[in-house]
Design a protein around this ligand. Structure first.
Ligand code: KG4
Ligand code: ZN
Length: 325
């Protein structure tokens, strides 16, 4: 079964066609990163205007590669309403004109399914422990089966990606903050500054990153933005975030004994996070298939994959956007 995925929840206009939830037949996206780098963040009206301009050209590219499809999966939310509306309207029109059933997708569930892409012969096994770390989300789930997600913990304030973006701004680094910090952090001393790690109450799988952000702000005020300070501070910050994330994964692993461990969302592209997670899991072969780099940040292949596993919900008609889905 071939599913056309459409994703426009934030600042990527993305379309893909995926077969049986795993085989990526076409995957195209237009990233607005350069545009938003000028303003240091996403301006919703600017993002929406770009989606309008790029939606059809991106769609045309995947349809030129794969002529037909059986159903459409589109991101319903969460995300920016003015961005979501372009993808859901496009998908709804295609559904009704071409008489194809449509499936509404939760963006973060979509990220989780990036772990199914290109694993045709060896799909993830349940129960799976999944850490979702993106710009807006930071959760730890035990996934017992498709559609059976048990929330173990979530952030009480900022998501990890949001913390990367805010700290990058404090350090005068570019947008988006995650890639900028990880690039410079590889040259810095991660032990230079003892930044706080919020583990919260004993046994808690929740997260908190706002104290860490405040600690960086205080360091910036004390030290000023010299190149050496920025490099070491970026490395120390990255280490603090990745240590807490990987420690919580390890604690959940000991408690729930999952068959596999997965990272999902933009921050899962972070090499130090992958390295620490591997290190803490040790010999146990639970983290063997980290998501391919291009599928960590927003894309439509993950949305199409999620749609395949939720195809029971498909019907011809409309999907309305919901920023708080
Ligand atoms: O999943 P995503 O593309 O969009 C959301 O759903 O939010 O995630 C974007 C987030 C941004 O906060 C970005 O700074 C972060 O992922 N990110 C990274 C890296 N690449 C992207 N964070 C840390 N290290 C990276 N290499
Ligand atoms: Zn995302």
């Amino acid at each position: 079964m071939k599913i056309l995925g459409i994703e426009t929840s934030c600042d990527e206009t993305a379309c893909a066609i995926v077969e049986d939830g795993t085989k990526v037949l076409a995957n195209e996206l237009f990233s607005q990163i350069d545009l938003h780098a000028e303003t240091g963040g996403v301006v919703p009206e600017v993002a929406a205007r770009e989606h309008v301009l790029k939606m059809i050209p991106v769609l045309d590219k995947v349809l030129a590669k794969v002529g037909d499809f059986d159903a459409i999966a589109v991101t319903k939310g969460p995300g920016l309403i003015s961005s979501l509306i372009i993808g859901t309207t496009t998908a709804s029109v295609i559904s009704q004109v071409r008489k194809k059933p449509i499936i509404p997708i939760h963006h973060i569930e979509g990220h989780i399914y990036s772990n199914w892409l290109e694993r045709t012969d060896d799909p993830p096994k349940f129960p799976a422990l999944i850490l979702t770390v993106s710009g807006g989300h930071n959760e730890l789930y035990l996934m017992r089966d498709h559609g059976l997600l048990e929330l173990l913990g979530e952030t009480r304030d900022d998501a990890a990606g949001e913390a990367f973006d805010k700290v990058a701004r404090l350090l005068g680094l570019g947008y988006p903050g995650g890639p900028a910090i990880s690039k410079i952090a590889s040259k810095g001393d991660c032990k230079k500054f003892a930044l706080p790690r919020a583990y919260l109450e004993k046994g808690s799988f929740d997260f908190s990153f706002s104290g860490l952000k405040t600690a960086v702000l205080n360091l910036v005020k004390e030290n000023g933005l010299t190149p050496e300070f920025v490099t070491d501070c970026a490395a120390s910050f990255q280490e603090a975030v990745c240590e807490v994330l990987s420690d919580k994964v390890l604690a959940a692993l000991e408690k729930f004994n999952p068959a596999e461990v997965h990272l999902a969302g933009g921050v899962s592209a972070n090499l130090r996070l992958r390295e620490l997670t591997k290190e803490k899991i040790g010999d146990r072969a639970l983290f063997r298939h980290p998501v391919k780099m291009g599928y960590c940040t927003d894309n439509a292949a993950m949305i199409a994959s999620c749609g395949y596993f939720q195809r029971d919900l498909a019907k011809i008609g409309n999907v309305t956007p919901d920023p708080n889905f």
